[in-house]
Design a protein around this ligand. Structure first.
Ligand code: NAP
Length: 285
């Protein structure tokens, strides 16, 4: 569709943002749906975030994705905050409804849709999560809402993560363990879902992986790595060789974008088209 004066504008803001793959797969979905939108990227300096959000209102920008380092700071400039975003303390999507800005966090739905797409239901499963940074918060909240039977988090620095676990304790009892201890190995032996939310193994450090004692891991469980570069991390390769089902972070990335597009436009985006556009962009990176 031709871009005209009526075309509605969507964008991602961040610092830096030029490397973002979001414009590629959002525009693919927009083209496929034949809707009059365009998706671009605006670099926003850390001290100009308020101006950027005022500009969104002033110029009637329909929607924004928000990425590092603005996800937390942006909240104070918005009119409403959706529940998931409130609980996570971070916004990755802003919807402009007639000048009223609402902040959402679509990472939760993105993480869950990754598993839904392969027909895996976390409900009633014993889940084990590696790492407890920004992405892990969305994963913890998603797994709690799905009704996992138990949730264990393995990290290298337990005291650092204790406040996060205490925060989510009002929703579910969570076990927090140092991943180099026998207690963690025991939890591994019970796991039915193993999620890597550390950057260990992400390009260019492809020879790294979280310290999992694979002998303890039950065969046939799902190993989910939210990294998408490379498509098969050492964690996923080792899991596959061990007899696990595997899932990488592509579905999550596309899933959080698809949810944002639903919120902005009301369309049901073509996930396949978005995934193909993402893969094509990754191959040409
Ligand atoms: P983050 O906030 O920096 O958290 C990373 C976590 O991994 C922390 O718990 C950190 O522990 C741990 N960690 C980092 N380096 C480590 C090391 N060398 N040894 C042991 N533990 C280490 O990062 P994030 O934003 O959550 O992102 C994590 C990964 O997820 C990245 O690879 C990112 O690309 C990916 N991701 C994917 C998607 C998707 O849509 N597929 C979305 C978001 C993120 P400390 O606190 O002790 O450092």
């Amino acid at each position: 569709m031709m871009i005209t004066g009526k075309t509605k504008v969507l964008a991602v803001i961040g610092n830096p943002v030029a490397h973002s793959l979001s414009p590629v797969f959002h525009n693919a979905a927009i083209r496929k749906a034949g809707i009059d939108y365009v998706y671009t990227a605006f670099p926003v300096d850390n001290n100009r975030l308020g101006e950027a959000i005022a500009g969104m209102k002033a110029m009637g920008i329909s929607g924004l994705n928000v990425t590092i380092p603005h996800k937390e700071q942006v909240m104070k400039y918005l009119d409403h905050i959706d529940k998931d975003a409130e609980i996570l303390g971070a916004v990755n999507t802003i919807v402009n409804r007639a000048g009223v800005l609402t902040g959402y966090n679509t990472d939760v739905k993105g993480f869950l849709s990754g598993m839904r797409q392969i027909g895996y239901a976390p409900k009633g499963k014993r889940a084990l999560l590696l790492g407890a940074g920004g992405a892990a918060r969305a994963i913890i909240w998603g797994l709690i809402q799905e009704g996992v039977a138990s949730l264990t988090i393995g990290v290298r620095n337990v005291p650092k993560v204790r406040p996060l676990v205490d925060y989510f304790r009002k929703y579910m009892e969570i076990s927090l363990l140092d991943w180099s201890t026998p207690a963690f190995d025991e939890a591994l032996g019970q796991a039915q879902l193993l999620v890597n939310a550390t950057p260990l193994g992400m390009y260019p450090h492809v020879d790294a992986m979280p310290p999992v004692n694979w002998d303890k891991v039950p065969k046939g469980i799902l190993a989910y790595d939210i990294i998408y570069t490379p498509a098969e991390t050492l964690f996923l390769k080792t899991a596959k060789d061990h007899g696990c089902h595997t899932l990488n972070g592509e579905n999550m990335l596309v899933g959080q974008g698809a949810e944002a597009l639903r919120l902005w436009t009301g369309i049901e985006p073509d996930i396949q088209v978005m995934t193909e556009a993402l893969r094509h962009a990754l191959e040409n990176k």
